[in-house]
Design a protein around this ligand. Structure first.
Ligand code: COI
Length: 363
């Protein structure tokens, strides 16, 4: 199939009424409200990618022996469309999501979707459901491309057939408390990824494996879990679904390096560039949990924040664990965290110039 195909457009016969849509958009939460349409594209071994469609959002029918239900060949992405000040819309760096999706597919031995087709599919869905992009402060349309193995077989092997979909969800803040500081729980029971595993792929299995630790965090009264490395149980890796940054008293920043066990976040990469644009030093180096505790106590560490497409930039106010209780800075949003968040969000929402050409306007 052509890499930029024409999608078959099957409009919804009874789309959500404008008044109901306005009600839903007023306070959508995160990932609870969905638009009227979805993208589907099929892959069949020997035929390749075919039958690209924008169609009414509906349940997917899967044979109970579909391989994804047994061996978890599933990958996904997350990116957002933003309402621009002139009423138009733009995506933020969809090329990076397309590349990561291809790499995740390769890691899970799935058929890689051509990157141009990924971007085209997301644009086509945003275009079909453009009235669902919130124009509220902090609101956006979260796009969730994903792919599952649909071959009907129980032998353990890479599937021959796949279904790729994109769904869209108008969202506000990921955390209930908005963009204010969150508390995180250091998991010393569970790890997320080991060298040679799937830690840098965006596959559902990684998130399934994080849920016990996340439940532990909730039980302890924390908002999120932070994982340590699997080998030494010492180095800070990432949160349940977000990367992490540290800010030091000398103004420098540090974030764990991409050594194969950490998700290469688009927000992470963008913040590194923006911080360097501001003249700040950014190190991609390991940071130990004990060091974090010591630096927070001595005042060397002044801020920490989580970042991701869903979480944007969320300050970390407190870190707890077995025999640990760390208050970061004063437990409030730090100045560097706020400055970086504002710089990123202003570019994403069209309130600032876009020197790196990250915005992709919807045509
Ligand atoms: C994202 O930030 O897009 C994520 O993937 C985090 C989570 C919602 C899974």
């Amino acid at each position: 199939m052509n890499e930029t195909p024409t999608f078959d457009r099957i409009p919804h016969s009874a789309p959500t009424a404008p008044a109901r849509r306005a009600e839903l958009l007023a306070d959508p939460g995160f990932g609870r409200v969905f638009t009227d349409h979805m993208v589907t594209i099929r892959y069949t071994e020997g035929r390749g990618w075919h039958t690209p469609r924008i169609e009414p959002r509906a349940a997917i029918t899967l044979d109970p022996a579909s391989m994804v239900l047994h061996y978890a060949q599933e990958i996904f992405e997350g990116l957002k469309a933003y309402r621009m000040p002139d009423g138009g819309a733009a995506l933020f760096r969809p090329d990076l999501n397309a590349r990561r999706f291809r790499r995740s597919a390769e890691r899970l031995a799935m058929a890689p979707l051509p990157e141009a087709l990924f971007v085209e599919s997301v644009q086509a869905l945003v275009h079909a459901d453009r009235d669902w992009i919130p124009d509220t402060d902090g609101g956006s349309l979260y796009l969730r491309p994903f792919m599952v193995a649909t071959e009907v077989a129980l032998g353990v092997k890479p599937a021959a057939d796949y279904l790729y979909c994109v769904i869209a969800s108008p969202v506000g803040s990921y955390f209930k408390g908005g963009s204010g500081p969150v508390s995180i729980w250091v998991s010393e029971t569970y790890t997320r990824a080991a060298t040679g595993g799937t830690g840098e792929a965006k596959c559902g299995g990684n998130y399934a494996a994080s849920l016990c630790a996340q439940a532990e965090a909730y039980r302890e009264g924390c908002d999120q879990v932070v994982f340590l490395d699997a080998a030494e149980r010492r180095w800070v890796e990432e949160l349940g679904g977000m990367n992490v940054f540290f800010v030091f008293a000398d103004g420098s920043l540090q974030t764990p390096p991409l050594t194969g066990t950490i998700l290469p976040g688009v927000t992470r990469a963008s913040l590194i560039t923006l911080a360097r644009d501001m003249g700040l030093v950014v190190r991609e180096e390991r940071y130990g949990i004990d060091q974090w505790q010591a630096d927070a106590a001595s005042g060397q560490l002044t801020e920490a924040f989580a970042c991701g497409t869903a979480a944007v930039v969320t300050p970390i106010g407190r870190v707890r664990g077995q025999n640990r209780d760390i208050t970061v800075g004063h437990g409030e949003t730090g100045a560097t965290t706020k400055r970086l968040r504002d710089a990123l969000v202003d570019i994403q929402r069209g309130h600032a110039a876009d020197p790196h050409g990250w915005r992709v306007p919807l045509v």
